[in-house]
Design a protein around this ligand. Sequence first.
Ligand SMILES: C[S@@+](CC[C@H](N)C(=O)[O-])C[C@H]1O[C@@H](n2cnc3c(N)ncnc32)[C@H](O)[C@@H]1O
Length: 368
Amino acid sequence: MNTQFHLSTSEYYAPFPLFRLDNDWQLTDINLAALVLFELTLNDDFKKSIKQLIVGCQPQALETSDSPDCPSLTKNELKDAATSAINDSIDSEEFGKINFKLTMISLPKLDSENSLERTAYIEINTTEFKEIFQEHYKKTLQHQLIWESYAISYDLILNEQNYYREVLNRHITTLSKDGINQVIDIGAGTGNVTIPLLAAGCSVTAIDISRAMLHKMHYKLSSMDNPKIKISMQSAEKLTELTDRSFDGVNILLALFDMDDPVAGLNAAVRVLRLGGVIIITEPKKTFDLASLLNQAKKFLEEKGSYDKLSSHWTRVTRANKKIDPAKRSPLFIEDIEAQLVQAGFKIIQIKDSHFGNCATLSAIKTG
Ligand SMILES: C[S@@+](CC[C@H](N)C(=O)[O-])C[C@H]1O[C@@H](n2cnc3c(N)ncnc32)[C@H](O)[C@@H]1O
């Protein structure tokens, strides 16, 4: 597992960019505002660019900085609690030169002698860009907050529903077949497909943009012995760090509809699947009707006798669903996905309705 949350939830959502580094200057966590800043300004090789930025915060750079906040520091002094600051800039292709001040607070770790934990805070000093950044940050925050709420009730409500368990089974059965070892779960959420696939012996790369949903997955994974999983908290719209044709199976269970650029998400999924590999996708049909889906799901809970004890969770799930209603966006419906896959050289194996006829599951093999 490689996604650890070193920042608290409030640090993660703080409205200014910050990130945490360990004693060896390795990036251990990054908050939402910093992700937004770097996504807007750094090139595609995002992680490499962040590394270069971090090199700029290291002692050599601090020692030569002309900032009055930053006295020259010796190696030993660097083990003490300290604050330092540098003025620097990013040359962004889209927005030109962006000036910022980076303040670093280094604190000895209370539980480990001679080891520091460093938190870097960024103040953007280029006014026009600051406004653009704030707009993007607000939009990204709103999306994360929907999933912060939804994550609380997601498993409690969904796992009660037969229609959801049936869809999970389709995905898990398809991807547990012989010859499928490396699977990528795109929009993996709380791990309802990932975890059974791990239990079946697959290695899974789980990608999700929501910290809250991945937090739930972490909790569920803590009872597994050495699961073969890589977790990455990022948008699955590009997947630039993953090589072409590196997976035997791709799982997408209701994730494209929630992406800003679902076409890019589907293209990335196609790119990372090997020839002969299997893709399974459940997404809304063109006739998707949220009100009808919610009514039937509620009726099911009532008939099962679970509604009363879950009513507050049901309310939360309903509110979240209204905010991400595919009908209010321009998603790729399953019909569009089928057309795109055929064009990309896939052989469609099966398409089957799900979610009371509002969605469908498509499975296909990459042949060209
Ligand atoms: C309806 S949930 C499905 C979760 C899981 N696949 C399941 O079946 O339970 C949709 C998930 O897609 C994730 N998601 C939305 N946009 C995303 C993006 N651009 N990249 C990666 N994940 C994304 C959300 O955070 C959420 O966890």
